[in-house]
Design a protein around this ligand. Structure first.
Ligand SMILES: Nc1nc2c(ncn2[C@@H]2O[C@H](COP(=O)(O)OP(=O)(O)OP(=O)(O)O)[C@@H](O)[C@H]2O)c(=O)[nH]1
Ligand SMILES: [Mg+2]
Length: 243
């Protein structure tokens, strides 16, 4: 089975579209690939009616788990909560706003079958023209951060931040993950690469958010990404413990 984990924070405007925009697509992939899926929705203390909306979805499907944080604890914490409840041998993490397309889940699975890697990571930087309407400032910041990671990790990874990934669940369970926010994805991929695990990137489009509001606090996230770079440097080059 494959567990798909969605961190949700005030995403009711997206959740109401899942019966049209998410489930039929994953059901189709399930038919094509023969894989069984479970959906794990982790509400992270939303102040809107996200929880009620996901609970409504469970009335029509039996493959949904809903987990609720009473207080907002960050995207990283939500992914860890979802992992703890997941049963799949493989785990996929996805954005609640479906800016990485559900249809591309099939590409993650195909690449996993072809390579047997520990992680297949979606990258909108692997080919030209995969990013939809991103502001020049955000693109510049993102490319700069990714460049620094690439230099430090010493491999060809093009994008460390995307949530859109497939993992062998066992490699995540043996990892001690400390990030509580958006930088969790960069922490995981860095630790996999430092630990010699096999990571394969695939090109996937990143669309513009259609419903609801962006939750990213760019200033706070950039600070977290830089702090993480320092931790990687200490671990990789000074052989100090990850702190
Ligand atoms: N659990 C949890 N999830 C969050 C939090 N903030 C954001 N998320 C979720 O993390 C995912 C990414 O957040 P987004 O707001 O889409 O951030 P982004 O993709 O960088 O930016 P946009 O797509 O432009 O909005 C979404 O599924 C959010 O619901 C949070 O504090 N806690
Ligand atoms: Mg998004």
């Amino acid at each position: 089975m494959i567990s798909i984990i969605f961190p949700l924070y005030n995403e009711r405007d997206n959740v109401v579209h899942y019966n049209a925009d998410l489930f039929p697509i994953i059901d189709e992939i399930s038919k094509k690939t023969g894989e069984r899926f479970e959906f794990i929705f982790v509400d992270d203390g939303s102040s809107d009616d996200t929880v009620e909306q996901v609970n409504a979805l469970t009335r029509t499907r039996s493959d949904i788990k809903v987990l609720v944080h009473q207080k907002n604890s960050g995207m990283g914490t939500a992914i860890k909560t979802g992992l703890g409840a997941s049963l799949g041998e493989l785990v996929i993490t996805m954005d609640a706003d479906l800016t990485f397309r559900p249809v591309d889940v099939e590409k993650l699975i195909e690449k996993y079958r072809e390579t047997n890697a520990d992680c297949i990571s979606g990258s909108p930087y692997l080919e030209k023209g995969l990013m939809e309407e991103v502001t020049p400032f955000r693109l510049f910041m993102s490319k700069s951060v990714n460049f620094l990671y690439r230099m430090l990790l010493g491999n060809g990874i093009t994008c460390v931040s995307p949530i859109f990934r497939l993992y062998r669940r066992s490699v995540l369970m043996e990892m001690n993950i400390s990030s509580r926010n958006f930088e969790i994805n960069a922490e995981i991929i860095s630790k996999l690469l430092i630990g010699g695990k096999k990571v394969v990137e695939i090109p996937v489009p990143l669309l513009k958010r259609k419903y609801g509001e962006s939750k990213i606090n760019l200033k706070k996230e950039i600070k977290n990404y830089i702090l993480l770079l320092y931790r990687i440097f200490r671990t990789k080059y000074l052989h100090q413990e990850w702190k």
